[in-house]
Design a protein around this ligand. Structure first.
Ligand code: PHE
Length: 691
């Protein structure tokens, strides 16, 4: 059903050829937005009206402009404030708004002067003035454009763009609008009445209304993700519902000596009330005391006077490994050893110096696997499996030290989004000094690892201050606005993994198509990162191959920048039976262009596309642009350069990194005297960055 306003609009339009929505708003004394709403609903009813969006620029007074309109220009205000015999500058400065600008303008206009005898006094220089700016602002339509620009500079005026809609009669214009049905009802079905009715089309562009539901904090969402990974891998969650722990379970059970600096109040929060724990498994406690003070199980221990009072001290647990220790002890109390996989994600506390990435409390994610004869290889394999479920496939390990694990390893991963290696966790194999007093069989090993929940969450959500994630400064809107579901933009596959896949793919395609011509190549490219590599490559290939490129714009690209209008223009012929037929589509795809071959295979990234095209021509003309035809070592070196270029392109400081890469060029090109795709890609990317 059309509203009254829609009908009024049609009525009005029936009497004229064209009318602007802004004028309609004035005529009907309605809010412009409402008029637009009514026009939209008319547009939905077929060809009733034609509506074209128009942008009109209009000059508007700024707040300062309004002031000038009311009280005169700043220079006039200064002039008027000066009394007949002159006034002290200081007084003018105090009483006149915008006095500073006003005085310099009035001096420049020759309206006022500084008293030659007393420099602190200003005097009028002329008997009367005409305040042109004020006169101009009173009637803007008379003011020439260049003077308006002058007032814009003085911040009296601003140019605003007003969007409106120009209406004219459509093909099936009528002032009568038939009511459109929104639903097929039982009534309409009876007697086939629906056949005569018009139905409102679906509006697929309408946005759904925001869900009126609670929103999970990012930490909870990432926690759920980790939990799911552990559960998928068959781990059981440990009960971590005790923030307060005794030093015994937090440190002693883990073979952490009582003099260890982490056990100092500088690092650990001790609890004042209740200060001490009293209930410990006696037998086990004795064994722990023994292994610390005199050793056992093949270990010489730390050889110090182990004190029960120290073990009794209550604290806020500094790691969830305290819970793992309790669980492993409990496992043996339940009877015979059975292999287990445990995990926990919960809060721990440390007396840290607070900064942008550290708080005194955070969450730890911990995984523990106990089984017969586990080795370091099992730990590494498990870590690969665990992190690959997060999309992290490149790991490196660095020897580390924990009192309770031997060997211990810090875990690093390559983060594609950040373009660098970052530390993500700590791991190791629990020491016999920890496990044997609990009664675990000698041939059982326990591998374990831990990481913080906050760090991956901050990276995922692009936060660089932990206070934006935890604590009183958290912006609840941030929690509310975060998507319900995240499809990470950075393909989590590592750079090398991506390369390997695309190499395999391009080799197989090259093999399939050696003799035939290559058609059906579609490239999607973001105008922000033009694929200049393609232009350069084609200009090399054209010596021996016939090429045709058709260029299009996807609807995500509103307006193509002028400098791209001529992109690949040299190859835009519509010849058939060419060697290369490329469809090139400008589309907002981000930094990595996408390439599809025969609509079935796809790979992404400027370097990968360059490799593929190079291989394609090399199969038939090995000397055109040398790559693999020059031997594996040569190709390997080019690949290494391409990888570095690709990595730099994805890092924050890409400009400098690429500059450093360029500095590597010793001869004329990266590979010495002969140009290669690495040079072409490097130049292309540098050309983009220079823009
Ligand atoms: N407890 C260690 C930490 O707090 C993490 C860890 C757990 C290390 C298990 C090794 C084994 O950093």
């Amino acid at each position: 059903m059309t509203s009254e306003l829609s009908e009024k609009i049609l009525e009005y339009l029936s009497k004229c050829d064209e009318i602007d929505s802004l004028d309609l708003a004035k005529i009907f004394q309605e809010d412009h937005q409402k008029v637009i709403g009514a026009i939209k609903s008319l547009q939905a009813i077929g060809n009733l009206i034609n509506a074209n969006q128009v942008n009109t620029k209009r000059w508007e007074l700024t707040e300062e402009g309004q002031h000038v309109l009311k009280f005169g220009s700043h220079e006039a205000a200064v002039y008027n404030a000066i009394s007949e015999n002159g006034s002290p500058q200081a007084e003018i400065m105090k009483t006149v708004t915008y006095a500073k600008v006003g005085l310099s303008k009035a001096l420049a206009a020759g309206w006022v002067e500084i008293d030659k005898n007393d420099k602190s006094v200003v005097k009028r220089k002329v008997a009367s003035i005409i305040d042109t700016p004020q006169v101009h602002l009173m009637n803007l339509s008379e003011v020439p454009e260049n003077i308006k620009k002058e007032y814009k500079k003085r911040k009296f005026l601003q140019e605003v763009v007003i969007k409106s809609v120009l209406l004219s009669k459509g093909e099936s214009f009528s002032t009568k609008v038939e009511k459109q049905e929104a639903d097929v009802t039982a009534d309409l079905l009876v007697n086939d009445a629906w056949k005569e009715k018009k139905f409102k089309p679906y509006n697929f562009d309408a946005l759904g209304s925001a869900l009126d539901v609670g929103h999970l904090h990012p930490l909870l969402k990432v926690r759920a993700e980790f939990r799911k990974i552990f559960l998928e891998m068959g781990f059981t969650e440990m009960p971590t519902n005790n923030y307060v722990e005794s030093s015994f379970w937090n440190f002693d059970a883990l073979f952490q000596p009582q003099q260890h600096p982490a056990r100092d109040a500088h690092d650990t929060f001790f609890v004042a009330e209740p200060k001490l724990s009293t209930c410990f498994p006696e037998n086990y406690l004795k064994k722990v005391k023994e292994v610390h003070s005199v050793g056992g199980y093949g270990s010489q221990g730390y050889r110090y006077d182990w004190k029960f009072e120290e073990a009794q001290k209550n604290l806020l647990r500094t790691h969830t490994t305290a819970v793992s220790a309790r669980m492993l002890y409990k496992l043996m109390q339940d009877g015979e050893f059975k292999p287990v996989k445990y995990f926990s994600i919960d809060r721990v506390f440390r007396n840290e110096t607070l900064d942008a990435t550290h708080l005194a409390e955070f969450h730890q994610i911990e995984g523990v696997v106990a089984d017969f004869d586990l080795s370091l290889g099992d730990l590494i394999g498990t870590l690969y499996e665990f992190f690959s479920k997060l999309g992290i496939t490149q790991l490196e390990f660095k020897p580390a030290y924990n009192p309770y694990t031997e060997p211990s390893m810090e875990i690093f991963c390559f983060h594609n989004g950040l373009g660098k290696w970052i530390e993500i966790g700590n791991s190791g194999i629990f020491r016999p000094e920890m496990l044997l007093p609990m009664g675990l069989p000698e041939n059982v090993n326990v591998i374990a690892w831990g990481l913080s929940l906050e760090r991956p969450t901050m990276i995922k959500y692009g936060l660089n201050n932990i206070r934006d994630l935890v604590g009183p400064k958290v912006d609840l809107q941030m929690v509310h606005d975060n998507p319900l579901c995240r499809l990470d933009k950075n393909d989590p596959r590592s750079v090398q993994e991506k390369r390997r896949k695309s190499d395999e793919l391009s080799k197989s395609i090259v093999n399939q198509r050696q003799e035939t011509c290559v058609q059906d190549i579609v490239i999607f490219c973001d105008p922000k990162y033009p694929l200049y590599t393609l232009e350069t490559l084609l200009s090399i290939f054209k010596r021996d191959f016939s090429i045709s490129v058709s260029v299009h714009s996807h609807s995500s690209v509103q307006k193509l920048p002028d400098h791209l209008v001529e992109f690949c223009s040299e190859f835009r012929t519509s010849r058939k039976n060419v060697d290369f037929e490329i469809t090139f589509i400008w589309k907002i795809v981000g930094v990595d262009p996408q390439m599809q071959i025969s609509a079935i295979r796809e790979f992404s990234g400027e370097t990968n596309i360059a490799r593929f095209l190079n291989r394609l021509v090399e199969e038939r003309k090995p000397n055109l642009l040398r790559y693999e035809s020059n031997g594996a070592l040569y190709a390997y070196q080019i690949d290494a350069f391409l990888d570095r270029i690709n990595e730099s392109l994805h890092c924050l400081d890409s400009k400098n990194k690429l500059k450093n890469l360029r500095a590597l060029i010793k001869g004329q090109y990266l590979m010495g005297d002969e140009i290669s795709i690495a040079d072409i890609v490097l130049q292309s990317i540098c050309r983009n960055l220079g823009k």
